[in-house]
Structure formats: structure tokens, C-alpha cells
Design a protein around this ligand. Structure first.
Ligand code: FE2
Length: 297
């Protein structure tokens, strides 16, 4: 295992979900979330963009809902070949794939602990279909949260192999990790099963939570939790179910991590100065109790 070093990746790229009713699920992400369909794959997959990249979300037909894979953008100085070699040295299966999906000519796929399939690429087409002016119209895909029966090993993989920083945790169960200045890019929850917990889109600003909630309501979708400010990350977050009951988060005002200082940029709503990575016990900084058990997800 390599020593701590700079992250090998600099941002989350996309999430791929299996869905038993692709038309219904696609409709949600196109109309209510406000994404644009950019391409279709031979296997019936659809590639959806928020506004710039070829895809931020992939939906593939399947018998049941599933987290298929998660894509990360490699730092410019790390080649796919070097990355694959390093992964194999760690004992992981690393498969270089060309033209596995539209928009990405080459990538390397690695099965991380707990069976989480990760894809790493150096370039993705910028299709730039433009941002939708309807629905929630988020800015970007911000993070993905997964439950993992190999949680400890998966956290170690993200820290020691990919070079992520562990920022916060909640009760030692939910572990927040980042490869850039966002509080978290992945959230790994130790659990008896491995699956997606939620995917998260960043909205323009906090007043946009009302626009997003109204767009959901117009489609007959209720919020499950929030909007409210979290403890870990301090993001103002609101959650709903997509048609497959995958939890989708909209958030704003997430903490900005300064890795050089090991602190978060100070904010008026912080409880501690300096705000350093720490362990939290509660989810909700505002204390409101919602009927939905978000932690159980
Ligand atoms: Fe989240």
C-alpha cells in the first residue's frame, strides 16, 4: 500500500444506475431534475448531461435498481496505463476499456472493496447541451454516498490508494472523503449490505431549494428530509426518492476544505473555529426531526 500522497483524481464524473423502468426513471431526471439526454448506448443505456459534460448520469435497463459504477476524472499527469499498473500491484483487477461508453474513448475499470465498480478516465467529451431552465436545473453532480459491507476496506482504498482526505465522520459509520476542496466527494457508510445510499446534485444557491421542491411537487414527488443544514459538511440538503426509490439529494453551501491547512473555510454557521475534520453524532445542525430516517436510507 502506498503512502499518503496527492489524490490521483480531482473530481467525480458520473454515476451509472440500473433501473427496471428506464422510461419512467429517465423522465424524472430529464423533466424534474432538468438534465438533457445526450446519447444512447447499444445496451439501451441513456447518457444524461447536466449541461456541459457528455454525461453526469447513466441509466441502464436492468431487472432491479442497482449502482453499476462510478466515474472519476484522473489528474492530468496520471495516465490510464500507470493507474492500471498501480491498481494491479495492489492486487486489484484493473481492466482498460476502449469505447465502453459514448463520450469516453478510454478508461480503466477497477473493482474496489465490497464490489464497488469504479471507472477512471483522462478525458470526457464536453457535449455542452446547455443547462435546462426547467426543473431543479442543478449546477453539477457533487457526490455519491454508498453503503458498503466492506466499509473499512473501502475507506482505506480511497485514502491510501486514491489519496482522498477523510474530512468528517458521523458516529464512525458514515465516512466523508474528498479529492478536492469540496467537503466530500464520496460518503462511505459501513453497513451489512453494499448499495447506493444517495446521489447528490449541487444547486445554484439556497433559495433554489424552493424551486427544486416545487418542481418535485409538480411531478407528485414529496421531499423525504429537509431542506435543513447538515452537521458534517454543513450543506443545506433536501432529499427525495427517484422513481426507483434511489435517494437524490439537492444541496447548497457545502463546506470548502483547505487541504493545505487541514481546516474548512470559516463560515458564520460553524460551531468551531477553526473548523477541523471531526466526528459528529447528529445529522442535522438545526435540530429539526424529520419523519424519514435518512441514516437508514
Ligand atoms: Fe449527501
Amino acid at each position: 500500500m502506498q503512502k499518503k500522497f496527492e489524490p490521483k483524481v480531482f473530481q467525480l464524473g458520473y454515476v451509472a444506475l440500473g433501473t427496471p423502468d428506464i422510461e419512467r426513471t429517465k423522465d424524472h431526471y430529464l423533466k424534474t431534475i432538468g438534465m438533457t439526454e445526450v446519447a444512447q448506448g447499444h445496451d439501451g443505456s441513456v447518457y444524461l448531461s447536466i449541461g456541459y459534460s457528455h454525461h453526469d448520469l447513466v441509466l441502464r435497463p436492468g431487472k432491479q435498481k442497482a449502482l453499476l459504477h462510478v466515474g472519476f476524472h484522473l489528474k492530468p499527469h496520471i495516465t490510464i496505463g500507470d493507474f492500471a499498473r498501480d491498481a494491479r500491484e495492489l492486487g486489484l483487477a484493473a481492466t482498460v476499456k476502449t469505447d465502453s461508453q459514448p463520450g469516453i474513448a478510454e478508461l480503466v475499470e477497477v473493482e474496489a472493496p465490497g464490489g464497488l465498480v469504479l471507472q477512471f478516465y483522462s478525458a470526457i467529451e464536453a457535449s455542452a447541451p446547455g443547462f435546462k431552465q426547467t426543473g431543479a436545473s442543478p449546477l453539477r453532480l457533487g457526490h455519491v454516498a454508498v453503503l458498503s459491507r466492506e466499509g473499512d476496506k473501502l475507506v482505506t482504498f480511497f485514502q491510501d490508494f486514491l489519496g482522498f482526505w477523510l474530512t468528517d465522520d458521523i458516529a464512525g459509520i458514515a465516512n466523508f472523503l474528498t479529492c478536492n476542496r469540496e467537503h466530500h466527494v464520496v460518503n462511505i457508510v459501513k453497513a451489512p449490505e453494499s448499495r447506493v445510499h444517495h446521489i447528490a446534485f449541487e444547486l445554484r444557491e439556497s433559495s433554489c431549494h424552493t424551486i427544486a421542491a416545487d418542481a418535485l411537487r409538480a411531478a407528485g414527488v414529496n421531499l423525504l428530509w429537509g431542506p435543513s443544514r447538515h452537521t458534517a459538511g454543513h450543506n443545506v440538503a433536501a432529499y427525495h426518492h427517484d422513481p426507483d426509490k434511489v435517494i437524490v439529494e439537492f444541496y447548497t453551501e457545502m463546506d470548502t476544505f483547505i487541504p493545505e491547512l487541514g481546516i474548512f473555510e470559516p463560515r458564520p454557521w460553524h460551531e468551531h473555529f477553526p473548523m477541523k475534520p471531526r466526528s459528529w453524532n447528529e445529522l442535522n445542525a438545526w435540530g429539526t426531526e424529520f419523519g424519514y430516517n435518512l441514516a437508514a436510507g
